[in-house]
Design a protein around this ligand. Structure first.
Ligand SMILES: Cc1cc2nc3c(=O)[nH]c(=O)nc-3n(C[C@H](O)[C@H](O)[C@H](O)COP(=O)(O)OP(=O)(O)OC[C@H]3O[C@@H](n4cnc5c(N)ncnc54)[C@H](O)[C@@H]3O)c2cc1C
Length: 587
């Protein structure tokens, strides 16, 4: 059998595409997903279990970074979801949107047609927001502007049914520190503080991942076949007239190697995520000859951008004891003994989500005038080391910082114990704040080191390569300490457990951040949508340069970070990609 579309990877992008492309019953769609189908797994479905599946190898690829040269030589865990639903099976359910200016900046790098005004429509197409009752909204500071939320898409989101009293002082405390309340961070500018929804089905109080939203409801379509436990090894290509075409892919299932072919007008779409997509391109001979040739791989398309320009947001956490142990809070991920009974009634901490959000601009974090300090910091970057394209990307970030409108750092409040330097004490309740660098200047690469597809590529995000990121990270931890002593938190919080108040100097703070922090799981840029002469891998049509019918649709294509947990952006990108592929829109 030959297919119209073969989609590699059944995660957020792969399943969104599979759903939309198979709406046309004359087109045949095959999805190949390396992991299994986990529709009945309570550890996935119950929101309060968030985080508990990290490192569980049936759901998590369990990647690690290479030792990070500029971060104390630390090797970091680099969890990524495996299974139908991809990383939406193991993620933290946070539902957010970036500011429009950030999407426009991506369009401005040479990607016409990708402006925010269009992409926001696609984000809304993907989602259906469940409005809270007025009483619940009032009690928990939930504000929203209805017209900025989707009302009929497959991806359900709602405010968690359980919002801990530990998050109560959030908005007031952040206001006191100069972070304004954002009425609705989905409206095009996400700067400020607000209570956020999560990808939870309000009726069933279950995680609404990409499989529940985009696959289960249409799984009986006869023109759509989804193979699980089917790992793609490489693309099969042929060359004619200077252009390379994919004729199909090679995959393994149950120990057998199988070929799946596309028909003459068909396409192969890579949606394997920011780590595995560049790996598959390189294993198929598409990439930088300096990476491929030493491994004995014939170069099918010379494309030096593959695997380069990787940007990863870095996150760390600071935990506090709660003075009042009757406040609901989780002990790291041990929610089950605490509250499984509450799940039956769809109440209590099993239905928790991360709600207390804020995006803070650089001047607030640094506590000084933006322009002077940014200029000073930016000048410290030795641009001599960078290519023109890299400089352009960095200058785009600097422009955003100067505008004062960009959330350089995200700070979250999590009702539980979420640090790893110390062990939590039984019976003691905690509140954790996280600091997340949204626009790091450091970037790196993801490249294969072996022709064996089961050997993970070398993941090198280049954490803290630029001193600017060091400055911002240290300032963020100090800012978090201010939150903990502001407004209602002053009474509510007791001792700082991690890192603890004996961590005081900048060097000690940095040591803590680098030892116990890590990926925020939002890696971009490993197959960037950029002009080819700027290191791009895909065109605005998401076609891999030099090929006729190979596209990439996943997190790899974003050439810049966004100040948001990326799910909603990625659902929107995938919705738009489907329309581009079907010829409904042209870019
Ligand atoms: C722990 C964690 C927490 C996160 N928290 C949040 C959050 O709260 N909010 C938010 O918005 N975002 C969050 N994210 C990020 C978000 O989930 C991801 O950015 C998003 O899922 C990426 O989508 P994708 O389609 O690029 O890849 P994925 O959704 O990861 O899908 C890729 C799929 O491809 C499959 N695959 C890979 N290689 C092959 C192969 N060779 N053959 C066949 N299949 C293959 C994988 O198994 C996987 O299913 C989090 C991510 C993680 C890992």
């Amino acid at each position: 059998k030959e297919w119209d579309y073969i989609i590699v990877g059944g995660g957020i992008s792969g399943l969104t595409l599979a759903n939309r492309l198979s709406e046309d019953s004359s087109k045949t769609v095959l999805v190949l997903e390396a992991g299994g189908f986990h529709s009945d797994d309570p550890q996935v479905a119950i929101p309060g279990f968030l985080g508990s599946t990290l490192g569980n190898t049936t759901l998590d690829w369990g990647f690690t970074t290479v030792a990070q040269k500029y971060s104390n030589g630390t090797t970091y865990a680099f969890d990524r979801g495996k299974g139908l639903g991809g990383s939406s099976l193991i993620n933290f359910l946070a539902w957010e949107r970036p500011s429009m200016a950030e999407i426009d900046a991506i369009a401005g790098l040479g990607n016409p047609g990708w402006e925010a005004s269009e992409l926001f429509k696609y984000m809304m197409k993907a989602e259906k927001f469940t409005y809270p009752s007025q009483t619940y909204a009032k009690a928990n500071d939930l504000t929203y502007i209805a017209s900025d939320h989707g009302e009929s898409g497959p991806l359900l989101n709602s405010y968690p049914a359980f919002i801990s009293a530990a998050q109560g002082p959030w908005i007031e405390a952040m206001n006191a520190l100069g972070v304004p309340h954002n009425q609705d961070a989905f409206s095009g500018n996400n700067l400020g503080v607000w209570m956020a929804p999560a990808t939870i089905n309000a009726e069933t109080q279950t995680r609404w991942d990409a499989a529940s939203a985009f696959y289960t409801p249409i799984s009986t379509r006869t023109n759509l076949v989804v193979e699980t436990d089917a790992e793609v090894l490489q693309l099969i290509t042929s060359s004619a007239g200077g252009n390379v075409s994919a004729t199909g892919v090679l995959y393994t299932k149950n120990g057998t190697t199988i070929t799946a072919n596309v028909n003459s007008g068909g396409e192969v779409i890579l949606s394997a995520g920011a780590v595995k997509t560049p790996q598959l391109l390189e294993l198929s001979g598409i990439g930088d000859p300096r990476i491929l040739q030493p491994l004995g791989i014939d170069v099918t398309v010379s494309l030096p951008g593959v695997g380069n320009g990787v940007i990863d947001q870095f996150f760390f956490a600071v935990s506090y004891e709660l003075n009042n142990n009757s406040i609901f809070s989780s002990l790291r991920f041990m929610l089950i003994p605490l509250s499984l009974s509450s799940y039956a009634t769809k109440t209590g901490i099993c239905t928790v989500g991360v709600s207390a959000f804020s995006l803070v601009n650089l001047s607030t974090i640094l506590g000084c005038e933006t322009d002077n300090l940014v200029a000073e910091q930016a000048l410290k970057i030795d641009f001599g080391d960078y290519t023109e394209t890299e400089k352009e990307r960095m200058n785009t970030i600097i422009d955003g910082i100067h505008s004062g409108d960009v959330g350089q750092v995200e700070v979250l409040g999590f009702p539980g114990f979420f640090t790893s330097k110390s062990e939590p004490t039984d019976g003691q309740k905690y509140l954790t704040f996280t600091g997340d660098l949204q626009f790091p200047f450091s970037f790196g690469s993801i490249h294969i080191t072996s022709t064996n597809s089961s050997v993970q590529p070398a993941i090198d995000p280049g954490y803290f390569k630029e001193d600017f990121d060091v400055t911002v990270a240290i300032a963020t931890l100090k800012f978090i300490r201010q939150i903990a002593t502001t407004g209602g938190f002053k009474e509510m919080l007791g001792a700082e457990l991690d890192p603890g108040m004996d961590t005081q100097t900048d060097a000690e703070i940095l040591e803590y951040i680098q030892t116990y922090g890590g990926t925020e799981y939002h890696t971009v840029g490993s197959a960037s949508m950029l002009p080819q002469d700027k290191g791009g891998v895909v065109s605005p049509q998401l076609l891999v340069y030099g090929t006729r019918n190979i596209r990439v649709v996943d997190m790899s294509i974003l050439p810049l970070q966004i100040s948001a947990h990326p799910m909603s952006t990625l659902y929107g990108v995938s919705e738009k990609a489907a329309d581009i592929i079907m010829g409904v829109v042209t870019v």
